[in-house]
Design a protein around this ligand. Structure first.
Ligand code: HEM
Ligand SMILES: N[C@@H](CC(=O)c1ccccc1NC=O)C(=O)O
Length: 302
């Protein structure tokens, strides 16, 4: 039962409060517990039975969320708010992607192939949004970025723990990234180490192949399994569709890396990165990464 309440006792809430732009804590306006029904703009509102205190802003913790954009520049550089907002939105989507990929992996391990595919398709949609979002950052010019870029060093996207978790969970485990991380908290280090230990999406897909009766102990056996599935999609429909969804995830991750590096070249040319790498040169060296090389090699054999 939704517990939305619009309080009509006393003064009507301001538009900013209703939109959640001002938290109810800071506005001093609290929904009253007994305001179960009321009229708002001539419309009868009746969303629940019991009195509740939940509001849009308190449910979404907007007081805390909208207080997290702290600029390093002083005087404030106009574009730094955009830079922080974009990165925070990325991290929120990374959190969601990890949630879905973890569940998709677990669904494969428990034989629920339809659910694994369903969740991967949701991830694809988020990944397309992540690629498109680069357009917004590109409305910032190199000159405007230059107003605050020098304040960011040695921080860098290289230190995004969730980004690396996604790579590890997808199948590209590389412990050297954990060693090279500077300034990790204990919790962050534990998260990365856990991701290095736990099964990847590829491991889970191999478990699906095994459950379908295929050998998976070496690459030759896996190649035979993939070719058999590809040659008889009617019989192995669920496994084939899952393989296609993994390829799509891989392709979208590669597309993000390609989009990111071109944006970086537009912003900073061939300058070294704030994280201490060569910059675009380092990022270009990551473009050929593929999570599922055997699924790509299969194409050549079809
Ligand atoms: C003005 C915009 C940006 C510039 C100029 C930029 C630049 C760079 C550079 C030069 C690196 C290499 C590491 C270093 O030495 O710093 C890097 C890495 C990275 N950046 Fe960005 N970046 C930008 C925006 C973003 C955004 C919006 C994200 C989204 C989270 C992001 C995520 C990453 C990640 C995850 C890495 C590590 C990639 C890897 O190791 O494969 N960057 N970035
Ligand atoms: N590495 C970028 C700076 C940068 O983009 C950045 C800095 C701090 C936190 C996140 C960042 N985003 C991606 O690297 C640069 O060298 O300009």
């Amino acid at each position: 039962m939704p517990r939305l309440r619009i309080a009509t006792t006393g003064a009507a809430p301001t538009t900013a409060v209703i939109l959640g732009l001002v938290s109810s804590e800071s506005s001093g306006i609290q929904p009253s517990a007994d305001a179960v029904t009321g009229r708002w703009d001539g419309v009868q509102v009746n969303f629940g039975e019991e009195g509740g205190r939940l509001t849009y802003g308190s449910y979404l913790r907007l007081g805390a969320l909208l207080d997290q954009q702290r600029l390093e520049s002083d005087p404030p550089a106009h574009d730094e708010l955009l830079f922080i907002t974009i990165h925070q939105v990325y991290e929120l989507w990374f959190k969601q992607v990890l949630h879905e990929l973890t569940a998709s992996r677990d669904a494969m391990l428990s034989g629920e192939l339809w659910r694994a595919e369903h969740l991967l398709r949701r991830v694809h949609t988020i990944e397309r949004t992540l690629i498109q979002q680069v357009d917004i950052l590109e409305t910032m010019t190199p000159q405007d970025f230059g107003e605050f870029r020098h304040r960011l060093s040695p921080a860098s996207g290289f230190q995004s723990v969730q980004y690396r978790e996604i790579e590890f969970l997808s199948g590209a485990k590389d412990p050297s990234f954990v060693k090279r991380f500077r300034g990790l908290t204990d919790t962050e280090r534990a998260r990365l180490e856990q991701r290095l230990e736990e099964p990847t999406l590829w491991d889970a897909f191999l478990a699906v192949l095994h459950a379908a009766g295929f050998g998976t102990t070496d690459e030759d056996q896996i190649r035979v399994a993939l070719q058999t599935i590809a040659a008889d999609r009617g019989r192995y429909a669920a496994a084939w569709e899952l393989a296609e969804a993994l390829v799509q995830h891989d392709e979208l991750a590669a597309a993000w890396r390609a989009r990111h590096v071109v944006m970086v070249e537009r912003m900073i040319g061939t300058k070294p990165g704030t994280g201490g790498s060569s910059g675009a040169g380092y990022l270009r060296s990551r473009l050929d990464l593929r999570y599922y090389p055997l699924l790509w090699n299969l194409r050549t054999a079809l």
